[in-house]
Design a protein around this ligand. Structure first.
Ligand code: ADP
Ligand code: MG
Length: 229
């Protein structure tokens, strides 16, 4: 009976998610349809900006599908012994480029001696990128994004800190819900995906935020063969 209840719960969850994703994908599709129609009618000059919009919306729909798939297939990922600092060093040119375009700075502070962790590097990179992007999107052009690693006792910590708009208690409570977003063209899937990645890595995430001052995300990973929680 318990299996049957579990199965029904999963099915109903799938149904709810299907409804949300249908809604999310229909938005960009409607925009694309409208602008393709306009492209038919308008001058070449106007057409250029419409092309941009159409491409952006296609990318957005694609991003939603990708995030949703990674979230839906709670798959078993392959992990290997990896150094979190190395992953961050590989990612930093990308993060710097993104920050530069926004007129922001990045301050990367990596701990001296890093213990190896069992990680799927693709997933951990996606986790860092999602947290970094959220930080950048929360700041204006004077923002400084701090990314730190700390190696302490049984855990390795990753901290992503911004001095941006921060969040109210109400927002903090909904942060990790799929499709919760306050952004014009956000998907609300970024943090839900982060959470599922962290769970697959036996990690924990903790958030502190003050409105108007900034936010800190702390991800803790348990070192191999230790008991952390
Ligand atoms: P998205 O970025 O597409 O909106 P996320 O799941 O990444 O979706 O984030 C959900 C919401 O959480 C954001 O819309 C924003 O309101 C809030 N949020 C996330 N990170 C931050 C941050 N660093 N500072 C302020 N708000 C944040
Ligand atoms: Mg996001």
């Amino acid at each position: 009976l318990k299996d049957e209840v579990d199965r029904m719960e999963r099915l109903s969850l799938v149904g709810q998610m299907a409804a949300s994703i249908t809604h999310e994908i229909r938005n960009p599709m409607a925009v694309i349809r409208g602008f393709i129609q306009l492209l038919n009618e308008r001058s070449p000059v106007a057409q250029q900006s419409y092309f941009r919009i159409v491409l952006d919306e296609l990318d957005r729909a694609n991003g939603i599908i990708n995030d949703f798939l990674s979230l839906a297939q709670n798959r078993i990922v392959e992990k290997e012994s990896s150094n979190l600092n190395d992953l961050l060093n590989e990612l930093s040119p990308l993060i710097w480029a993104d920050a530069n375009m926004r007129g922001q700075m990045v301050d990367l502070q990596l701990c001296e001696d890093m213990d190896l962790l069992q990680m799927n590097s693709k997933e951990i990179k996606q986790l860092v990128l999602n947290l970094a992007r959220n930080g950048m999107e929360a700041m204006d052009d004077k923002g400084i994004l701090k990314i730190e690693t700390i190696n302490f006792k049984d855990t390795v910590q990753l901290r992503v800190i911004d001095n941006g708009i921060g969040m109210s208690e109400e927002k903090l409570a909904q942060l990790f819900e799929p499709f919760f977003t306050t952004k014009m063209n956000g998907t609300g899937l970024g943090l839900a995906l982060c959470l599922s990645i962290i769970e697959r890595h036996n990690g924990k995430i903790h958030v502190e935020s003050t409105e108007g001052q900034g936010t800190i995300f702390i991800v803790s990973f348990c070192k191999p063969d230790r008991f952390c929680w």
